[in-house]
Design a protein around this ligand. Structure first.
Ligand code: NAP
Ligand code: ZN
Ligand code: ZN
Length: 347
């Protein structure tokens, strides 16, 4: 069995620390990936600290993985040794239900297998994530990376990228549409880049006026400081779509009156506490609140290919793994521009 080393949380209260473990042997259609970079998603922090109440320990977080294939099973078709491969939030599914057959493995009716902290479908062991030296995965759940992109800056595309690309596509964001992005963090800055690239008029909402200049550089046509009621009111009933990528509790009822009639506010952010939604804010304008999670394997590959064609990557601060706990602290202070990525050679 391939041995692996990584950084793990031993409990909700303990910082991440070095941890040795083994991966299962790769099967016929599986690849072993030596990890080069892994992004730091706010979900990793929610999970490491058991904020959603479903964590198991020891936990090696990490689901924004880019690496080099170091071994392949005898029946692999997509990858050979030496190729670059990328892995995101899910690493397996039943592969026969209707959503799986449609390539929407993330909606697998039997439940998709997450990259870390859930039982592995193959051997029942608990999956360990990408803050580690390697990963073993079926090639269906690994993606090819366009050769022109910087690999450290590609890693966040595997979660922050697909999680924002998918709803923007689903709700047909493009020319002639006015779109709001709430929160300029890891997900938010990718949403901003995609919405701008798709040709929409993009308004970035932020709690932090100091992010205005960055937002404009990243593609915003306008920036609204969301704790200024006058700035919010100026956009009443004007949005075709709003994507909310905020990690902490905030008032959705401030955003619903900004939607045009029959339009949608889509949540991708996952604060631990459920939001309070005023029915009055919903009935006025018959607006909807929806949600979206990551994306299926074909759409994830399409997103990566789109990024290759349009030269889109994440804005990253590359850190050694020894700084991952500090990165969590900074993420909570909204002090990240705009994604931490771990250089796994520092392990
Ligand atoms: P992040 O980099 O920490 O960004 C979160 C942003 O939320 C911050 O930059 C900040 O934006 C805003 N924010 C933070 N605290 C706030 C508060 N108290 N009030 C208002 N705004 C606040 O996090 P991320 O990695 O982008 O993840 C965002 C959320 O998406 C997390 O909850 C994560 O678990 C979830 N997620 C969901 C999926 C999915 O499939 N749906 C996938 C990945 C992640 P400003 O500074 O601009 O205000
Ligand atoms: Zn994530
Ligand atoms: Zn399925």
């Amino acid at each position: 069995m391939p041995s692996s080393k990584g950084y793990a949380a031993q409990s909700a209260e303990s910082p991440l620390a070095p941890h040795a473990f083994t991966r299962r042997d790769p099967g016929p259609t599986e690849v072993t990936i030596d990890i080069l970079y892994c992004g730091v998603c706010h979900s990793d922090l929610h999970m490491a600290r058991n904020e959603w109440g479903n964590s198991v320990y020891p936990m090696v977080p990490g689901h924004e993985i880019v690496g080099r294939v170091s071994a392949v099973g005898h029946s692999t078709e997509k990858f050979k040794v030496g190729d670059i491969a990328a892995v995101g939030v899910i690493v397996d599914s039943c592969r026969h239900c209707a959503p799986c057959n449609r390539g929407e493995e993330h909606f697998c009716t039997e439940g998709a297998t997450l990259t870390y902290a859930v039982p592995d479908r193959v051997d029942g062991s608990i999956t360990m994530g990408g803050y580690a030296s390697n990963y073993v995965v079926d090639e269906r759940f690994a993606h090819s990376v366009p050769a022109n992109l910087d690999l450290a800056a590609v890693a966040p595309l595997l979660c922050a990228g697909i999680t924002t690309y998918s709803p923007l596509r689903h709700w047909n964001v493009g020319p002639g549409k006015k779109v709001g992005i709430v929160g300029l963090g890891g997900l938010g800055h990718m949403a901003l880049k995609f919405a701008h690239s798709f040709g929409a008029h993009v308004v970035q909402f932020t709690t932090n006026a100091r992010k205005r200049e960055d937002a404009i550089k990243l593609g915003a046509d306008e920036v609204v400081v969301s704790n200024d009621p006058a700035q919010m009111k100026a956009h009443t009933r004007s949005f075709d779509f709003i994507l909310d990528a905020v990690s902490a509790p905030h008032n959705l009822n401030d955003y619903l009156p900004l939607l045009k009639q029959d339009s949608t506010l889509c949540l991708v952010g996952l604060p631990p506490e459920p939001p309070a939604i005023s029915p009055f804010a919903l009935i006025s304008g018959r607006v909807s609140v929806a949600g979206s999670m990551i994306g299926g394997m074909p759409e994830t590959q399409s997103m990566l290919d789109y990024c290759g064609e349009h030269n889109i990557v994440s804005e990253v601060e590359v850190i050694p793994i020894q700084k991952v706990n500090e990165a969590y602290t900074r993420m909570l202070k909204q002090d990240v521009k705009y994604r931490f990525v771990i250089d796994m050679s520092t392990l």
